[in-house]
Design a binder for this molecule. Structure first.
Ligand code: UD1
Ligand code: UDP
Length: 388
């Protein structure tokens, strides 16, 4: 801890470490919430850059310049590369800076290795988005393992929902160490949407950007928004997903299918091989968060294996079909606005067709609600950290 000059108060030195697109989106509002209290916190942002381009897109949207950038991403990296390089990189960073608390987020390999490095060096950890579980180490892989390990070494567990709190309690995490905050992704979503909707010039420029990317009237025509990147879907799963999309595009020529394709080569190849020449399938590069959220707001339904999009879409009243067999986010499933369809060609085709054809099925799932947060998660985390 350090003394703040004029008031002689103790300032907490908080480091936030993250590396991928979703971590950045979900931790960005927390960076700003902490930085807004310079009399209480010395804030340092350390990016591992497990992702490079997709991380930089988010840093730009949220206007964050990292204090430390490990610049670790290598094309085609495997789990060993990322685990080892983040562990060694964070060892040196933590030895040099010795923060009072290291904040990590979620379940990526950056989360795992940064937590391990902090544990080895005795740096207390705050885990944002703590307590999500499938209790199946194969799905999502390796994320279920990553977050369980992070929980074992965490001091402050910022659980998004009551379900995640109960998971941690069942694992004997002391009640006093769990704080239910809501998910910070809803803070980000509301902030970005508010910024677009309150500023007509910004709205016009986001719209123009999407007009240039998409050769149809995306504000009026029906379109399905698709994303996918899960490791357990690599290989056969992605082939089935792409074949399902090709079948649907043929069956519904007046519906558009918009797919911003993840940069992982395991995703790029099957998607390009199978879908590049289908006229009503529109493949794009990963989109900046602002235009992506704006598309989410305008789409008819979502087909995804993403974690974050399962949390965002219900807030916007968009039905989500999740291309997984299990999810660590059961709240919207219970509410009926998200449904699991696996990475299974027939189930995907049947489920999308039902929502396109059957107005009453669609209406049941297209209900706006906020099971994952109220947009004030960061404030709750800051309030906890002030008292540590
Ligand atoms: C990672 C996380 C996953 C998270 C996902 C979000 C792990 C093990 N996986 O998966 O939990 O849900 O991010 O998207 O932590 N690439 C680029 N540029 C980028 C990003 C990726 O070229 O900006 C390519 C590179 O070839 C890279 C590869 O994608 O080597 C894989 O990246 P990696 O972070 O290892 O895995 P993801 O599948 O992105
Ligand atoms: N997202 C984005 N641009 C895209 C696709 C997704 O900004 O082209 C955002 C999306 O709104 C969500 C996050 O990225 O907040 C999800 O990231 P991803 O699916 O890669 O990871 P996961 O959430 O599955 O860990």
């Amino acid at each position: 801890m350090s003394l703040s000059g004029d008031e002689g108060k103790i300032k907490k030195r908080v480091m936030l470490a993250f590396g991928t697109r979703p971590e950045a989106i979900k931790i960005a509002p927390l960076v700003h919430a902490l930085a807004a209290k310079p009399e209480q916190f010395d804030v340092q942002v350390c990016v591992t850059a497990q992702h490079r381009e997709m991380l930089d897109q988010v840093l730009k949207v949220f206007d964050i310049v990292p204090d430390i950038d490990l610049n670790l991403m290598r094309p085609g990296q495997d789990l060993f590369d990322v685990t080892a390089s983040v562990l060694l990189g964070m060892r040196d960073v933590l030895r040099e800076h010795r923060p009072d608390v290291l904040l990590v987020h979620g379940d990526t390999t950056t989360t795992l290795s940064a937590s391990m490095a902090a544990f080895y060096l005795g740096v207390p950890i705050g885990h944002v988005e703590a307590g999500l579980r499938t209790y199946d180490l194969t799905a999502p892989f390796p994320e279920e393992f990553n977050r369980q390990v992070a929980s074992r070494v965490t001091r402050w567990h910022f659980a998004p929902t009551e379900v995640s709190r109960q998971n941690l309690l069942a694992e004997r995490v002391p009640e006093s160490q769990i704080i239910v905050t809501g998910n910070t992704v809803i803070d980000s979503l509301f902030w970005v949407l508010g910024r677009i909707e309150s500023d007509s010039a910004r709205q016009a420029s986001v719209s123009l950007f999407l007009d240039q990317k998409l050769p149809f009237d995306w504000k009026r025509e029906r379109f399905v928004l698709i994303t996918g990147h899960r490791r357990e879907n690599f290989g056969d799963g992605f082939l089935q997903i792409c074949e399902a999309l090709k079948i649907l595009a043929g069956q519904y020529p007046s519906v558009r299918f918009v797919y911003p394709v993840h940069l992982n080569p395991n995703v790029q190849k099957p998607v390009m091989d199978i879908l590049a020449n289908v006229s009503n399938v529109h493949l794009t590069e990963p989109l900046d968060y602002e235009p992506f959220v704006y598309l989410l707001k305008h789409c008819h339904l979502v087909l995804t294996d993403s974690g974050g999009i399962q949390e965002e879409a219900p807030s916007l009243g968009k039905p989500v079909l999740v291309m997984r067999e299990v999810t660590e986010r059961p709240e919207a499933i219970a509410a009926g606005t998200v449904r699991l369809v696996g990475a299974d060609r027939e189930r995907i085709v049947t489920s999308v067709a039902e929502l396109l054809d059957d107005e009453s099925s669609y209406r049941v799932m297209a209900r706006a609600h906020n099971p994952y947060g109220d947009g004030k998660a960061c404030q709750r985390i800051v309030d906890t950290l002030r008292l540590i």
